[in-house]
Write a protein that binds this ligand. Structure first.
Ligand SMILES: Nc1ncnc2c1ncn2[C@@H]1O[C@H](COP(=O)(O)OP(=O)(O)OP(=O)(O)O)[C@@H](O)[C@H]1O
Ligand SMILES: [Mg+2]
Length: 286
């Protein structure tokens, strides 16, 4: 894994990377708006709590977690990896006032959905956080199947302004909501790229005030969905599969993303062959 990180560092140095990409407007902690006083602040908090309480609760069956490498129990050894990732992510979003993070990879099956869900579960183990997980792989959505979710309004309809977020989202925990699409769509890039998608996300953030929203995206090399959506997120986490993703692919994707947004880091997944002591292992670098 060190070899991968060293090769990445070399590729970045060769292209002179390192400067921060333009941020998506002024959002989050950095956003203004003035101080409205304690009464207004309290009203805001209780409205947010009421909005979360009104989301339909759904608890996936225990075997769903086991079958899909999802770690719900924070005491398990494997949870540590995601808790480290969570800490890094929280540091980055707090430092930069970010609120939206997309997760993508160069090629398919690198583990994006598994990592998005595990990161969401890890974040939600901190009760003071509110986390929203959005299925943004609208071409080949997988979360409904993976988690055995019941039918809801599709997130594509929320992004198009035809449905409310509350009719789509399911509450997996008190502070973790998931918004998915039951079926794949051919016009996914148009849905993700439409200007109304930005309005829908702002509306969702006003009502539910998530600490962070994670977008589980498709791979970059199979279409233009990621590039169509990337102007609506603050940062991107790139997932690479050890022994499958090449340094060249990571470099190319990182370069393309860095021209549009902030690349938070590269997670090297499926590293069990590189580091047998860790078993189910991940590596994180930025
Ligand atoms: N660290 C890991 N070790 C072993 N298997 C893993 C690991 N991470 C993911 N997998 C498995 O790899 C397969 C692909 O994972 P996942 O669906 O999360 O990838 P993806 O990048 O979202 O795929 P797609 O590009 O199709 O959306 C799944 O069967 C998943 O359980
Ligand atoms: Mg996926």
């Amino acid at each position: 894994m060190e070899k991968i990180q060293a090769a990445l560092a070399k590729a970045r140095a060769a292209r002179g990377a390192g400067a921060a990409a333009p941020a998506r407007g002024t959002k989050g902690a950095a956003a203004g708006g003035g101080y409205a006083g304690p009464a207004a602040a309290f009203a805001g908090v209780s409205a947010t709590s009421a909005a979360w309480s009104s989301l339909r609760a759904f608890r996936p069956a225990p075997e769903v977690f086991l079958r899909n490498h999802l770690i719900e129990d924070g005491d398990r050894r494997e949870a540590t990896t995601f808790d480290v990732m969570r800490t890094r992510l929280l540091q980055a979003i707090r430092t930069n006032g970010w609120r939206r993070v997309a997760i993508t990879s160069p090629s398919p099956a690198c583990g994006k959905t598994t990592i998005s869900l595990n990161l969401g579960l890890s974040l939600a183990r901190q009760p003071e956080l509110r986390v929203i997980l959005v299925e943004a792989d609208l071409r080949r959505p997988s979360m409904v199947r993976m988690l055995g979710l019941p039918e809801t309004a599709p997130v594509s309809a929320v992004l198009s302004g035809e449905a409310e977020f509350g009719d789509c989202a399911l509450r997996l925990a008190d502070n973790l909501a998931v918004a998915t699409n039951p079926a794949g769509l051919r016009n996914s890039a148009e849905i993700l790229g439409q200007p109304h998608a930005a309005t829908a996300l702002e509306r969702m953030e006003t009502v539910y005030a998530p600490t962070v929203t994670l977008f589980d995206m498709p791979p970059m090399m199979t279409g233009d969905d990621v590039m169509a959506f990337v102007d609506k997120v603050d940062a991107v986490l790139l997932v690479a599969a050890a022994e499958a993703t090449t340094i060249k692919q990571i470099d190319l994707c990182e370069r393309e993303l860095a021209a549009q947004t902030n690349v938070m880091g590269v997670v090297v997944n499926k590293c069990r062959f590189l580091d047998p002591a860790d078993g189910y292992a991940y590596g994180y670098g930025s």
